[in-house]
Design a binder for this molecule. Sequence first.
Ligand SMILES: Cc1cc2nc3c(=O)[nH]c(=O)nc-3n(C[C@H](O)[C@H](O)[C@H](O)COP(=O)(O)O)c2cc1C
Length: 325
Amino acid sequence: MGGGPTTADLVVAVAQAGGLGFLAAGYKSVEAMSAEIANVREGAGAGFGVNVFVPQPRADPVVVEQYVETLAADAARLDTRLGEASWDDDSFDAKVEYLLADPVPIVSFTFGCPDRDVVEALQHVGTPVAITVTSPSEAVIAAAAGADCLCVQGTEAGAHQGTFVNADAPGQDFGLLALLSEVSRVCDLPMIAAGGIGGPRGMDAVLAAGAVVAQAGTAFLRCPESGTNPTYRAALTDPRYTVTAMTRAFSGRRARGLLNQFMVDHADAPAAYPEINNATRPLRAAAAAEGDADRMSLWAGQAFRSAVDRPAGEVVELLTRGVHS
Ligand SMILES: Cc1cc2nc3c(=O)[nH]c(=O)nc-3n(C[C@H](O)[C@H](O)[C@H](O)COP(=O)(O)O)c2cc1C
């Protein structure tokens, strides 16, 4: 989980409980990513992977500027400035190069399909590759690129959707169970199920639907090992927030979070990632520091009410209760 919630401690705790924890390389420098890898290696053994963002095309600067202008009042209210609405590739090539030179147990990609040569290069150094897909057609593309397995992400999932294209395609929101079923019709790669899994019944359901393993994010947000900031953490149990919704307001890419005022006020945000994410970064940071949960991203999946304030090892145990390997 990029943006803070995933820490080295969280990954180690999950691994020690028999799970597979993913370090978030997204939004980090190569140096920060490599430091985290070094931090988890000993404690997590083979129970960790690294998640990498695939670069996005540049957005229309005029559209970005028009949207960023609408955020001025929020910035003024927080007595902060907006960041530069710049494009970046999240150091994709350098991260892949590092992961080739110092291989990790598994690498997953999101926000697109890496080129086949990237997939093959990682496999060549002994690293299996997972690619996040949100539709059957993306699964076909990921299989053609040589993925070893798919992270099948339903619309219930917290935070960003891993869709290959940042667009408003009608019918793109697949519920996880339907998606598992449809993906298994078009390709036979092992499926990691993600989205809205809040307890052992959710685990049972996705395994019954053909997944080999389940992935949870939101369930770990309240763990003491997670880096979820206090304002965000408090919002997860605040009775004011009753539902989650999909928004581009904070980042310019569709992501699910607790429905707050910023999402309501900026419902027409354009598709422009990472430009909008970079522009709102200081605003989100100021809101978090001020305790203003209505102006920060509160990424969470639909099952957020199931997240508990318990150590990560206990959450793994709770999720897998009754599941036999
Ligand atoms: C706070 C947060 C940050 C996330 N960051 C990433 C990320 O950096 N890369 C990624 O592939 N998925 C990310 N995800 C999505 C998860 O990989 C997964 O699809 C999702 O958490 C599953 O749904 P759930 O949150 O309902 O369990 C994030 C999820 C959350 C809640």
